[in-house]
Design a protein around this ligand. Structure first.
Ligand SMILES: Nc1ncnc2c1ncn2[C@@H]1O[C@H](COP(=O)(O)OP(=O)(O)O)[C@@H](O)[C@H]1O
Ligand SMILES: [Mg+2]
Length: 269
């Protein structure tokens, strides 16, 4: 049976879809059979980050409503033979989700895939409870800003209360990813440091992704940054993938001096 990894946050716009896409690609490239499921009903955008938006015919709601069979809605990635994608519906009506149907779908996917990456809506939005229903593991994404961390903290409580696993008395494994860290701002005292965030959330940290304009350019091209050589954010994503696979990988040194030296080194080697 596969592992369901739900990618979630308190606030919107903190990088859930970006992180879902990159981790799905990374796990698939490491040889695992992966499906990325877009559960952000109405706000579909994982397709764009994966560069698969033109291939969508059916979506996750069509599968649940039995308008098509699951394999008809699954889209095969262009580059990775191990990676599949299940698009969100663009319907405005988020109440269309039904817990029983969601759980049935997730169970079906677990039989067929090693990893099911669920890109979920933010915790404050409807549809969130459905996205965490089948989670074996939750990755809580926060930017190093007070409002983002505070909202993330609330979401942790909801995961503990509402997921199927938690209701069965088991624990959903939870990890924090800090996204869009700007080391220059942390150094000046204008942004929360990694330690501040983990102190508030009291959960293990599984990754820190720096703010990197290459994330935005690769999203526009539909090519997740993890596939780009020589990107600091791509390296951060690769490290998270390794940690998800149980490897002990050192955290990147993101201090401004270190990044400057890395750029200089690249020029001269
Ligand atoms: N590490 C990063 N560096 C720079 N931009 C980022 C980074 N992560 C995400 N972004 C950008 O932030 C915006 C929101 O990201 P997205 O993944 O759509 O968030 P969410 O799914 O949580 O709403 C997008 O424009 C995305 O390209
Ligand atoms: Mg999103």
């Amino acid at each position: 049976m596969g592992t369901v990894i739900t990618v979630t946050s308190g606030k919107g716009g903190v990088g859930k879809s970006t992180i879902s896409a990159n981790l799905a690609v990374g796990l698939a490239d490491a040889g695992h059979r992966v499906i990325a499921v877009d559960f952000d009903i109405g706000l579909r955008n994982l397709d764009m980050i994966l560069g698969l938006e033109n291939r969508i015919v059916y979506d996750v709601i069509d599968v649940m409503e039995e308008k098509c069979r699951l394999p008809q809605a699954m889209i095969h990635d262009k580059f990775s033979k191990n990676l599949f994608f299940l698009p969100a519906s663009q319907t405005k009506d988020k109440t269309i989700l039904d817990k029983g149907k969601v759980f049935k779908l997730i169970t079906q996917l677990k039989e067929d895939f090693d990893y099911i990456i669920v890109d979920s809506p933010a915790g404050i939005e409807s549809g969130f409870e459905h996205a965490i229903l089948g989670a074996d593991m939750a990755l809580i994404i926060s930017t190093p800003e007070v409002s983002s961390v505070r909202d993330a903290d609330r979401v942790i409580g909801i995961i503990d209360a509402k997921s199927h696993k938690a209701q069965a008395g088991e624990e959903v494994e939870k990890h924090v990813i800090i996204n869009r860290l700007k080391p220059e701002l942390v150094e000046k005292g204008d942004m929360l440091a990694i330690q501040d965030v983990t102190n508030i959330l009291a959960l293990p940290l599984i990754g820190v992704v720096p703010d990197d304009e290459r994330v935005i350019s690769s999203t526009n091209l539909g090519e997740p940054v993890i596939r780009k050589k020589d990107t600091i954010s791509g390296r951060a994503f690769k490290n998270i993938v390794q940690r998800l696979l149980g490897k002990d990988v050192e955290f990147l040194n993101l201090s401004p001096e270190n990044r400057f030296m890395a750029i200089i080194k690249r020029w001269f080697t």
